[in-house]
Design a protein around this ligand. Structure first.
Ligand SMILES: C[S@@+](CC[C@H](N)C(=O)[O-])C[C@H]1O[C@@H](n2cnc3c(N)ncnc32)[C@H](O)[C@@H]1O
Length: 248
């Protein structure tokens, strides 16, 4: 077998191995059942994350005709995806302590707006949930999705906002943030995101190219940071709009 074939097969095998999926198919047809499954697999562990995920119906955020509650990422156009429910749940759990009422949260690569909506419900009307997405059409779509969801009142009162922008620069207007989530894999952790993290704040970000790891970055009170690896993951790249639109 040629080296090219060996390489191709090993990358497919690698991709399949790290594409964790806790259930498949469309047998789950209710948002509540999806959250129950995530609890059963130990991914959703807290009341607060349960409440947020039960309140934000995933069906409002996936393209029409998709099996909304399947544990799988789904294409949303523009070479982007909505992340799988278990990844949304994992990130919400990792950030829960930094998503308390009144706190500030930033969602970089907000895509469909699903996770920004969950953040908004968790930080509440006294807090701030800011999404930044670089494809204007996806921002327009995410605004429509949120308007149909339980987070609509928070969009109306301005505590939830979705902006067009390069998320690698963060969103300085509402910094510093208690929680920052990045929904696309960066080659390295962008400095502006660390700068915009509050002391005591937490950043959750996939890092890497072909091989990616979900990193948890905690900022100490003295401004230093501690970085640890949570798990292996597979995300679309955090890149320029041009690179994304030509297929990376
Ligand atoms: C996995 S997708 C969507 C994730 C989102 N959490 C969701 O589930 O709907 C990642 C998103 O990051 C966006 N993205 C990639 N690079 C970006 C950048 N530099 N600035 C802002 N958004 C970016 C993509 O357009 C895409 O919508």
């Amino acid at each position: 077998m040629s080296w090219n074939r060996v390489l191709l097969f090993s990358s497919i095998l690698f991709y399949v191995c790290i594409q964790q999926q806790f259930w498949a198919g469309s047998s789950i047809n209710k948002n509540k059942s999806m959250v129950e499954h995530l609890q059963r697999y130990g991914i959703v562990q807290s009341k607060k994350v349960t409440e947020a995920m039960e309140s934000v119906d995933r069906a409002l955020f996936v393209p029409d005709g998709s099996s909304a509650y399947e544990d799988s990422p789904m294409p949303i156009g523009f070479n982007a995806t909505i992340s799988a429910p278990h990844m949304h749940a994992t990130c919400l759990q990792l950030l829960e302590k930094n998503l308390q009422p009144g706190m500030h949260a930033l969602d970089v690569g907000s895509g469909t707006g699903y996770l920004t909506a969950c953040f908004a419900l968790m930080v509440g009307p006294q807090g701030r949930a800011v999404g930044v997405e670089h494809i204007p059409e996806l921002v327009a779509m995410s605004l429509k999705n949120v308007e149909k969801s339980a987070a609509a009142p928070l969009l109306k009162d301005g505590s939830l906002a979705l902006h067009v922008g390069d998320g690698r620069e963060g969103w300085p207007e509402f910094a510093p943030y208690d929680a920052i989530h990045v929904g696309a894999a960066a080659p390295e952790i962008p400095k502006p995101l660390i700068d915009q993290l509050k002391p005591g704040g937490r950043l959750v970000i996939p890092v890497g190219n072909i091989y990616q790891e979900l990193k948890v970055v905690d900022k100490n009170e003295d401004g230093s940071v501690k970085v640890r690896t949570e798990t292996s993951v597979r995300y679309v790249p955090l890149t320029s709009k041009e690179a994304q639109l030509r297929g990376y």
